[in-house]
Design a binder for this molecule. Structure first.
Ligand SMILES: *Cc1c(COP(=O)(O)O)cnc(C)c1O
Length: 369
């Protein structure tokens, strides 16, 4: 018999996933109001206008410096790792790896037969590995927010060498964490985290140096499949298109979220809202004997994906199952991390009050189990 959490304790919306994440009802309304665009050509004005709204909105929201441009394509952030391996790393990459996602990109470049073995700077899950200036690399890569562990890192360009480019996996950070894009050359993400839409696309804010790098590498004779060509993606994006057919519904959900974030007050507003949620979550955990923020250093604790270890005598799996039975979903730890842990998506679509309600639900369950 599942426990019944009293209704007054429950959040208004029980979606706390770290990706896919909560979609706001307003986005669904936008989808319905624009249903006439669904099922129409992505080469014609209605869908191209949508892509233009997204490209312009992302440029404004993230404060892209002059000359930076927004490119997009199908395949999500995972596809972008292959795009970057093929088109952006010239000879050798350095990776900061402190969780599953940073590790996966490091593996992608390390396995590429046309590259030198990558330099991987690792740190234990729950901490952060930082990029280090190195003379023999041409590309630096790090997550902005490691979704698998709930650790975040500032976006900072290492001091050299001249011409090196920086790639930032901002899949779960973009739109919710502060960033100065002049510190990076490719700030890439997918729509199913802070942008509260469906997965399947990748987007990247690219510096002129990144666009030039891709043009040079792709002209060098390296075989690049068309689907993974960054230059092809940039050429299509400049025409507000994707190389092949995108999911139009995802574009509508994404465009609405970008414009909603701007209307609420932009990145500053969004960053503060997520930080408020995170403060609620972490201070709650610190006030409980049986709960501990997984990330030890407070400044490395993500303000968008919070991870909370539970004491051994409490079975996180049981708490998560009871929450789910009561409509509070997806607070499970990253599957490969294997910890007795809750992981809470606190993206801008999530109400801070609902994060507070979630903590009250956990208190109730721990007292009752
Ligand atoms: C979710 C996530 C990915 C993978 O994104 P897909 O769109 O599913 O490929 C990559 N990196 C980070 C940091 C993520 O959070």
């Amino acid at each position: 018999m599942p426990l019944t959490i009293p209704t007054h304790l429950l959040p208004n919306d029980g979606r706390f996933g770290s990706g896919p994440s909560k979609v706001r009802p307003g986005q669904v309304d936008h989808l319905v109001a624009n249903a006439h665009v669904l099922g129409t050509s992505h080469r014609k004005a209605p869908v191209k206008d949508l892509v233009r709204r997204i490209r312009e909105g992302v440029t404004e929201l993230l404060g892209a410096p002059d000359g930076y441009e927004v490119a997009l394509g199908n395949g999500g952030s995972t596809a972008f790792w292959d795009v970057a391996t093929l088109c952006l790393v010239e000879r050798k990459a350095q990776h900061a790896a402190f969780g599953e996602f940073g590790g996966k990109f490091a593996k992608a470049t390390s396995r590429a037969p046309f590259l030198e073995p990558s330099q991987v700077i690792s740190a234990e899950p729950g901490s952060v590995a930082y990029l280090e200036a190195a003379d023999d690399v041409d590309t630096y890569a790090t997550p902005h927010n490691e979704t698998s562990t709930g650790a975040m890192a500032p976006v900072l360009r290492p001091s050299g060498p001249e011409g090196a480019i920086v790639l930032t996996d901002a899949t779960s950070g973009a739109g919710a964490l502060p960033v100065d894009l002049s510190q990076t050359d490719a700030y890439y993400f997918a729509p199913q985290k802070a942008f509260a839409a469906d997965g399947g696309l990748w987007l990247a804010v690219l510096s002129p140096a990144a666009v030039e790098r891709a043009a040079r590498v792709e002209a060098s004779g390296r075989w690049v499949p068309e689907f993974l060509s960054l230059t092809t993606a940039v050429e299509n994006s400049r025409q507000d298109q994707t190389l092949n057919t995108p999911a139009v519904a995802t574009l509508l959900l994404l465009a609405d979220q970008v414009e909603w974030l701007i209307a609420q007050g932009g990145l500053e507003w969004s960053t503060k809202r997520c930080a408020t949620s995170a403060e609620i979550l972490y201070s709650w955990a610190e006030a409980r004997e049986w709960a501990t923020p997984f990330v030890r250093r407070p400044e490395e604790r993500s303000t968008v994906v919070g991870t909370i270890d539970l004491a051994d005598e409490i079975d996180a799996g049981q708490v998560i199952a009871e929450l789910r039975a009561n409509g509070v979903q997806d607070v499970f730890a990253y599957r490969k991390l294997g910890r007795n842990q809750l992981r809470v998506g606190m993206f801008p679509a999530v109400e801070p009050d609902d994060v507070a309600a979630l903590t009250a639900c956990v208190d109730y369950l721990v007292a009752s189990l």
